[in-house]
Design a protein around this ligand. Structure first.
Ligand code: GLA
Length: 745
C-alpha cells in the first residue's frame, strides 16, 4: 500500500493513513519546507494554496525587502530562530562564533519502506511501514537536519523525529532540538491537557487557546505526575464520539515541553520535544543528535476515536515485552499491607493466604535490602537484609515458587541514600554541584546515570539478586525529581547534557535488563504514575498507575491514563479500606471492578481481611480470567465521566469484531428517589443483537437479581443499546458498581 508519495509537479509530500493526510511542500525559490495540511484524508490535488504565500506581502521572490515579514507568518515545518520567525522555534543553534541564527532549507529526500531505530531511544517499530526522510541544511552553520515521518499500515498516526548532524568544521551548541513543530490553520479549537500531582495523576482538562503560548511541561528530569507529555487540539464541538480531535504525544520519559501558540494571524503552532530549559548539546564536527519521537494522531470520531488509534499504535508498535499479549499473573504486593515492617514469615503468610484465594504472584516491595526499615536509608545497597529475610531472597523465592506462585521484587535503581554503604564508598556517584550540599528528597539523592561505571555497578547488583532468586517480575521504581545537576565526569561545556544523558542511561539499563532476562515481567513505577509515558512502555508492558488505590480516585486517574495508553498497561490493584490515601470506604466489589480495567492485583495483607472480603477474592479473580482478554484487546469507549458530572462513571470495552463487550458502571453517589439511568453503550454493532448479562457478584448480587428479574431484559440490538441505552438501576448507597456483559447472539 502506497502511504507516502511525492507529487513532483506540485513539490508536495503527501502522507496518507486510512483516514488522514499530512502534506508538506518545498517552496520554489529558496526551498523552505512548509507545512500544508494535516487532517481528514485528501485526494492528490495541488494543495500549495494552503501555504497561502499569495496572502503574504513579503514572498521573497516578489518582495525581497520584506523577507522578515514572510518568515514571520510562513508555516515552517521545522523553524529555526533569529531570521524573522518570532514564534516558537524548533531548533536553536549557537555557532562557534556565538551567533544564534538557523535557516534550514531543502537538500534532498528519500522514501523508504522501513523505519530506522532511534539510537538509544525508545520508539515505535515494526511494519509494514513507510518513512519519508527530508534532509535540510544550513550551509552557514554546516548543520544538516533530517526530518523523519513514518506511517504504519492500518494506523492513523504519523511518527515524527529529527536528527541533527554537524557536517561542518566548527563546533556547534544545540540549545533546543524539538521533536516536531506543526502549524495549523485557524479553526475553533480548544486545548486538552492532563495535569496532576502525586496520588492524583492525569486529570483531563480543556481550555481555550487564547493568543500567546499555552504549555504543559516537565523540568523535573521525569515526565512527571504534574503534567503529561500529551496535547490534544480538539474542535470545540467535538465530543467523545464525534468531531475532529488531534492528539500529540512524546515517546520520552524525561523533561518535555508540549506547547501550542496562537499567533498574530490566529494560526496555531504546536511544538513538542525535550524542554529547552536545562538542555544543551555540544555537536562536534561529525557528531549527531537524535530527538525523541513524537506521535501525531488525527481522528474525526471524537476522543474515543483518538484513543483507539493511540491504543492500537502502542499495542502493535511500541510495547515489546513477551507479556504484551499474555495474560499477566494476578499479583499481590505487600506495600500497603506491611510497608517496611515485614520478615520472611509475614510475607509467606500473605503469599499463602493469597495463593489459597487464587492469587498467582507475590511481589515483595520496598524494605528487603540494606538498612531499610523506613525511607531514610539504604537505597543503593541492593543486598538482602538477612535479619528480615534469613536465607535471603533465594529462600523466600523458593518457598513462593514451591507454592506454585511467581515471585517479584522491588528496586529503585536510580537512587542512593546518603545513609548507605554505596554513598559512603562513592559520594561522587550522586549528582551534586561542587561546594554545595545536594538537596534531598525522601532523604535520597539521584545517582549519576550518565556514567557507565555507576550503571554497571547498580545493574550487576540487581542482576545478582534476580539470578539468585529466579525472579519473575521486577517493579522498577523512581521516587524523586532531579536536582543539583552536576556530573564529575562531564566537561563544563557538556554539563547541560545531563538531563538527556540521564534518560539515555536509564533506557540503556532497562534495555540490558530485559535483554539479559527475556522472560522477566518488568513494571515501571515513579511514585505511582510519574513516569507512565510511552517511553517507558517500550521497556515495560505495564506501569503502576498511581499510589492512590482508592477506587473512586482511580476513576479519573484511569480515565486520563486510558485516554492514550491501553488498559493492559495500567497497573491497578485492590487495596483495603479506609483507603490509606483518602480514608474513603468503598465496597470490595467496586474496588475489584475498577481494578479490572488495568493489570489487576492486590495491594494488601490478605490475612487481615474480613472473611467476607477474603471470600470475594476468588470471585474477582474469576472475573479477571473471564474478561481480561477482552479488556486487553478490545476497543475502549469512554461513556460518562465522574470527573465531569460528579455523580457517575461508565466505560465499555468492545471486542474488535463486535462479538462481545463489557460495560463498567460506577454509581459514585446515590441519589434519593431516582429512577434507573440509561447508559448509551457505544461501539456495539448496530445490526447485531446482544444478550445482556448483569454480572452478579458479592454484595450487589441480590439487588441486581431483583432488577434483572423485574426488567426481564430481552436481547437488544447494538443500535438500541447505543441510542436508547441500557437501563441500570438506582442502587442503594454510594460507590456502587455494576459490570454488564454483552454477548452477540
Ligand atoms: C513508591 C511507589 C509505591 C511503593 C513505594 C515504596 O511510592 O509508588 O508503590 O513501592 O515507593 O517505597
Amino acid at each position: 500500500m502506497q502511504q507516502i508519495s511525492y507529487l513532483e509537479d506540485y513539490r508536495l509530500f503527501k502522507l496518507d493513513t486510512e483516514h488522514s493526510s499530512y502534506v508538506l511542500s518545498v517552496t520554489d525559490e529558496e526551498g523552505f519546507i512548509g507545512h500544508v495540511y494535516y487532517g481528514a484524508r485528501l485526494a492528490a490535488d495541488d494543495l500549495r494554496y494552503m501555504l497561502r504565500t499569495a496572502d503574504m506581502p513579503g514572498v521573497p521572490s516578489q518582495n525581497g525587502r520584506e523577507r522578515v515579514t514572510f518568515m514571520d507568518v510562513f508555516p515552517q515545518e521545522y523553524p529555526g530562530q533569529g531570521l524573522g520567525d518570532f514564534r516558537e522555534s524548533a531548533v536553536d543553534v549557537t555557532s562557534a562564533g556565538g551567533t544564534r541564527t538557523t535557516r534550514l532549507t531543502y537538500r534532498s529526500h528519500e522514501i523508504r519502506s522501513d523505519k530506522q531505530k532511534l539510537e538509544g531511544l525508545p520508539a515505535t517499530f515494526g511494519g509494514p511501514v513507510q518513512t519519508l526522510v527530508i534532509t535540510c541544511e544550513d550551509p552557514a552553520l554546516g548543520l544538516v537536519c533530517e526530518l523523519s515521518y513514518s506511517v504504519f499500515e492500518g494506523v492513523d498516526a504519523i511518527l515524527r523525529s529529527a536528527r541533527l548532524v554537524n557536517e561542518g568544521s566548527q563546533t556547534l551548541q544545540l540549545t533546543k532540538a524539538m521533536s516536531a513543530s506543526l502549524d495549523m490553520d485557524v479553526a475553533d479549537y480548544q486545548l486538552m491537557t492532563m495535569y496532576g500531582s502525586w496520588g492524583r495523576e492525569k486529570k483531563i482538562e480543556k481550555n481555550e487557546i487564547t493568543h500567546g503560548k499555552h504549555s504543559v511541561y516537565s523540568m523535573r528530569g521525569i515526565s512527571s505526575a504534574q503534567f503529561v507529555p500529551f496535547l490534544g487540539i480538539v474542535d470545540r464541538h467535538s465530543g467523545t464520539d464525534s468531531g475532529e480531535v488531534y492528539g500529540v504525544q512524546l515517546v520520552y520519559s524525561g523533561n518535555f515541553l508540549a506547547q501550542v501558540e496562537r499567533d498574530q494571524a490566529d494560526n496555531l503552532r504546536l511544538t513538542i520535544g525535550i524542554h529547552p530549559v536545562g538542555f544543551q548539546w555540544k555537536l562536534e564536527p561529525g557528531e549527531s543528535f537524535q530527538t525523541p519521537e513524537a506521535v501525531f494522531v488525527y481522528s474525526d470520531r471524537g476522543t474515543n476515536g483518538m484513543t483507539h488509534i493511540f491504543h492500537k499504535l502502542y499495542r502493535e508498535h511500541l510495547i515489546r515485552s513477551p507479556y504484551k499479549d499474555r495474560k499477566r499473573p494476578v499479583l499481590i504486593n505487600n506495600w500497603e499491607g506491611t510497608y517496611f515492617d515485614f520478615d520472611t514469615d509475614k510475607l509467606l503468610a500473605i503469599a499463602r493466604a493469597g495463593h489459597e484465594a487464587g492469587i498467582e504472584m507475590f511481589v515483595m516491595d520496598d524494605g528487603w535490602f540494606g538498612k531499610r526499615d523506613d525511607d531514610n536509608s539504604g537505597l543503593g545497597d541492593w543486598v538482602v537484609n538477612e535479619r528480615k529475610l534469613p536465607g535471603g531472597v533465594k529462600r523466600l523465592a523458593e518457598e513462593i515458587h514451591r507454592m506454585g506462585m511467581k515471585f517479584g521484587i522491588w528496586f529503585e535503581p536510580e537512587m542512593v541514600c546518603p545513609d548507605s554503604d554505596l554513598y559512603r564508598a562513592h559520594p561522587d556517584w550522586a549528582f551534586h554541584v561542587e561546594g554545595r550540599e545536594p538537596s534531598r528528597n525522601r532523604n535520597q539523592l539521584v545517582l549519576d546515570m550518565t556514567r557507565q561505571e555507576v550503571r554497571d555497578h547498580i545493574y550487576e547488583m540487581m542482576a545478582a539478586v534476580l539470578r539468585d532468586g529466579q525472579v519473575d517480575y521486577v517493579k522498577w521504581d523512581m521516587n524523586r525529581p532531579l536536582t543539583d545537576l552536576g556530573s564529575v565526569k562531564l566537561p563544563p561545556d557538556r554539563q547541560g547534557e545531563i538531563f538527556h544523558r540521564y534518560m539515555l542511561g536509564v533506557y540503556e539499563m532497562q534495555e540490558r535488563l530485559i535483554t539479559d532476562f527475556p522472560e522477566l515481567l518488568l513494571e515501571n513505577c515513579c511514585s505511582g504514575g510519574g513516569r507512565l509515558d510511552p517511553g517507558m512502555l517500550y521497556y515495560s508492558p505495564q506501569i503502576w498507575g498511581s499510589d492512590d488505590t482508592d477506587a473512586i480516585e482511580r476513576l479519573s486517574i484511569q480515565e486520563g491514563t486510558a485516554l492514550t495508553y491501553p488498559l493492559s498497561a495500567i497497573g491497578a490493584h485492590v487495596s483495603v479500606c479506609p483507603n490509606h490515601m483518602v480514608g474513603r470506604i468503598t465496597p470490595f466489589d467496586t474496588r475489584g471492578n475498577v481494578a479490572l480495567a488495568g493489570t489487576f492485583g492486590y495491594e494488601l495483607d490478605v490475612t487481615k481481611l474480613s472473611e467476607e472480603e477474603r471470600n470475594q477474592i476468588p470471585e474477582q479473580i474469576a472475573l479477571y480470567h473471564r474478561f481480561n482478554d477482552l479488556v486487553c484487546t478490545g476497543d475502549y469507549y469512554r461513556i460518562a465521566s465522574y470527573r465531569e458530572n460528579h455523580l457517575w462513571d461508565a466505560y465499555a470495552v468492545v471486542a474488535a469484531d463486535g462479538s462481545e463487550a463489557l460495560l463498567t458502571y460506577v454509581q459514585v453517589l446515590g441519589r434519593p428517589n431516582a429512577r434507573a439511568r440509561r447508559i448509551r453503550v457505544r461501539g456495539l454493532q448496530p445490526d447485531r443483537r446482544y444478550r445482556v448479562e448483569f454480572v452478579e457478584q458479592g454484595v450487589s448480587a441480590e439487588e441486581l437479581h431483583r432488577w434483572v428479574q423485574a426488567q426481564a431484559l430481552p436481547e437488544l440490538s447494538g443500535q438500541t443499546l447505543a441510542n436508547a441505552g441500557l437501563p441500570v438501576p438506582n442502587l442503594s448507597g454510594d460507590f456502587r458498581s455494576v459490570l454488564v456483559y454483552f454477548q452477540a447472539v
